[in-house]
Design a protein around this ligand. Structure first.
Ligand code: DOR
Ligand code: ZN
Length: 452
């Protein structure tokens, strides 16, 4: 068992077993750094010359904390032709620089009972390349208290989603949020109000899909959430509009944006590969979302990795399922933007590494003594186009085909290398993790201010 516990805020007495030397973003600048890693796989020293310990020097390449992806669908358990498994999806995560995934409950069957939660946890053991936090479904009349004892978080769907019923509305929603506030767990919400969907013509392309499920549906759903109790660790998933993100930030509620809403717009005539919920928006809305993200005002980026098979996404638009894969390309696409100067490295580090880890209560995501040595090595000069046939996800396609990406060359997990030269070389010892919030983050808990 890997030792766990809170990160210490002082230098641990242990001698480093290993020193990783390179450059890192530390104390506000990119600088040469040495990270000492102890026997337990934790960062125990920063910035000291430790001769004697085993040393791995990555030269002028950059050492970064691994990312945490708040939102993936690994489809297990699921039908045999599902495009993904815990094994394939977590190797994809590892190669893409993601050391922890938040796995959503709309599997087949959905995680609505303790038995199902335990069955899913059992599937993670010995098969996951990275750590997995399991969300349970937040449903009216569901066994919330027993689920809260084992789950890493709750997920609430406000609109019908494949494999899971939509949550309640009106006073019943308010009661559910009150009840969920009793548990010290994050609540991620899929915020679309189906009452605002427009059913005139069946959509035949992403532009029609955007009209059918407009940003107004997202905005209305957020209205329903803003009365939630202050103690609730509320987090709004895949926000698609800059205005919605601004509103949440003003209210101190954390949210995430996805790489597809940041980088892809709805194009007339595009096929069902670009069908996703919530929909891709117009180019002007996409550009506004990117600008807000790049300014550092959006708390998190998360992939909403939804690895539907090529066959199902080749169906006519109206019949094809919604969702795009992304856990493997999320960080590489954004690292390439950092390399080209379009995105500041500290903005990306906060959104992809630090804040998601804080939301999930994990001692990762920063270069800090006591944190797990879950680290990446990145060469910002290395840019390659995304090619689906080189990706590890089981689904075999990507909506980002051809876009520039910077894949980490190495990924270290608890001080051991699991990716080398971009190839997965680890053993599947990923664990099921649950939040452990640091003492400063106990009640009354201010919601994420979007900046930390
Ligand atoms: O497009 C989507 N696909 N949005 C969701 O919320 C669920 C996801 C899926 O599970 O396929
Ligand atoms: Zn999702």
């Amino acid at each position: 068992m890997r030792p766990r516990g809170r990160p210490a805020n002082r230098e641990s007495a242990e001698r480093p077993e290993l020193v990783l030397a390179g450059r890192a973003w530390y104390h506000g600048r990119l600088q040469a750094i040495e990270l000492g890693i102890d026997e337990a796989g934790r960062i125990c020293t920063i910035g000291r010359d430790r001769r004697g310990a085993r040393r791995h020097d990555v030269g002028d390449r950059v050492l970064l904390p691994s990312a945490s992806d708040l939102h993936v669908h690994l489809r297990e358990p699921g039908p045999p032709d599902a495009g993904e498994t815990i094994a394939t999806g977590t190797v994809a995560a590892a190669v893409g620089g993601v050391g922890l995934v938040g796995e959503m409950p709309n599997t087949d069957p959905p995680v609505t009972s303790v038995d199902r939660l335990e069955a899913k946890a059992a599937r993670v053991q010995g098969r996951a390349a990275v750590d997995v936090l399991l969300y349970a479904a937040a449903q009216e009349n569901g066994p919330l208290a027993p689920l809260a004892r084992g789950a890493g978080g709750f997920k609430l769907y406000m609109s019908p989603t494949p494999g899971i019923a939509a949550g309640p509305e009106g006073p019943a929603l308010a009661r559910l949020l009150e009840e969920l506030a009793r548990f010290d767990l994050p609540l991620a919400v899929h915020a679309e109000d189906p009452g605002r969907f427009v059913g005139a013509r069946p959509p035949v392309d992403p532009v029609g899909w955007d009209r059918a499920r407009p940003a107004a549906a997202e905005s209305a759903a957020i209205d329903h959430l803003l009365g939630a109790p202050d103690l609730l660790r509320l987090h709004v998933a895949h926000v698609t509009s800059a205005a919605a993100a601004a509103r949440l930030r003003a209210r101190g509620v954390s949210c995430e944006v996805t790489p597809h809403h940041l980088l892809l717009a709805a194009r007339r005539g595009a096929d069902a590969r670009f069908k996703v919920n919530p929909p891709l928006r117009s180019e002007s809305e996409r550009a506004a979302l990117w600008a807000r993200f790049a300014s550092g005002d959006i708390a998190c980026v998360a992939s909403d990795h939804a690895p539907h098979s090529v066959a199902s996404k080749s169906e006519p638009f109206a019949r094809a399922p919604s969702g795009v894969p992304g856990v493997e390309t999320m960080l590489p696409l954004l690292l390439a933007r950092v390399g080209s100067g379009a995105l500041a490295l500290p903005v990306l580090l906060r959104a992809a590494c630090d804040r998601p880890a804080r939301i999930l209560g994990q001692p990762v995501g920063r270069l800090a003594v006591g944190h797990r040595a879950n680290l990446l090595v990145v060469d910002f000069r290395a840019r390659t186009p995304v090619r689906a046939d080189r990706l590890r996800s089981g689904c075999g396609w990507s909506p980002f085909e051809g876009m520039a990406a910077t894949f980490p060359t190495e990924h270290w997990r608890d001080g051991r290398r699991i990716v080398q030269d971009g190839e997965y070389v680890g053993v599947p010892d990923g664990a099921v993790v649950r939040p452990e919030y640091a003492p400063g983050e106990t009640a009354p808990r201010p919601r994420d201010d979007g900046r930390r």
